[in-house]
Write a protein that binds this ligand. Sequence first.
Ligand SMILES: [Zn+2]
Length: 434
Amino acid sequence: MILASLVLAAAAATATSAQAGDTGPRANARRLEQRIHALGRFGANPAGGVSRVAFSDADIAGREYITRLMRDAGLEVRIDAAGNIIGRRAGTDPALPLLMTGSHIDSVPQGGNYDGDVGVLGAIEVAELLREHGIATRHPFEFVVFTDEEGGVVGSQAMAGRVGPGTLDVVSHSGLTIRDGIRTVGGDPSRLAEARRVPGTIAGFVELHIEQGAILDEADIDIGVVEGIVGIRWWDVTVEGTANHAGTTPMNRRRDALLAASELALAVNRLASTMPGTQVATVGRIRAEPGAPNVIPGRVEMSLEIRDLAAEKMESVFRAVETEAKRIAGARGTPITFSEIDVALAPAPTDERLRKVIEAAATSLGLSHRRLPSGAGHDAQNMAHVAPMAMIFVPSQDGISHAPQEYTAPADIANGVDVLLRTLLAIDRGLPGP
Ligand SMILES: [Zn+2]
């Protein structure tokens, strides 16, 4: 028996580098499932999901639960100035920068039990596995719950030193301003700069998350290796026509702003669909003035959103839309103007070395994987400004997210944790140069 366990231990020690037949620590799917349910009790709604918006009583209770789990997993827990919960585990070489993983537990109103929660409970599962298997790492580890992800990725913005002017005064879904919310969860908004991480102090940030789309589920693939988080640009679009009597103005003497706007909305969809690439573009809001059944619309205000992994691609889609808008404006006599809104998010590509580490980890576990972009925003995109960043996706059943029907099977979550653990351990052993 002793000999047998020695052989097993030796196999475990070499398995991750052997690329096959990995016999290293495996996530406890049952423990993960129990904790998903336990966390889901805070802010549970009748539809089976949660409404646990940041800074609400449910969020505070959920944070207390997570803090307890972190302490029980042997982590040293603190709250930073932005209200982020940070559980720390020492490394053997105090001179090394830290490795970080985590996500969020706040939800949208009427949200589900997996968005964010999987990354937080998955991170804690990694801490549990490191402890249970007596694995010492060279780098210190930090396991993080970011503050108010759904309300504007505030906690990670603070870590990246990128909290915009006015952000603290924004009233969150809880009814509190973000400033008061941060205070409520134990942070100190007047000392936000202290939450900031200096580039070089984090050797790698890896976030485990549900896909929130259907690519993995439909193709029956275990692991998504995220290529990056798409950038987002928004414009206010104004179409100027002439409001006039809808009964007495003949059809050939109209400057109908809504017709021009409709043509433009169709053009946006056509251009984004037919240009090569995975860009998306959307007109999500439209308002005609004066907005009466018997008046030809004299003015339309509408929105334009463009997302892509590449800034140049977003720009070229916009240029194409603009050219089409000029043509429509000329043909209908309705000037169209674009005014960009200052909420633009730059694309955040993941670190190619880390993508490869994730792929190798998945392969060693016999898990299928593919690369894909993230169309949704994540804390990881802020962390990319201060650390090599990567994201691991696990399948979302039917691609449903931000809804009570959100679901990821425990076995899929466990797969994600197994890949996360091996990814972090591989970074701990040392990445090749950039
Ligand atoms: Zn999320």
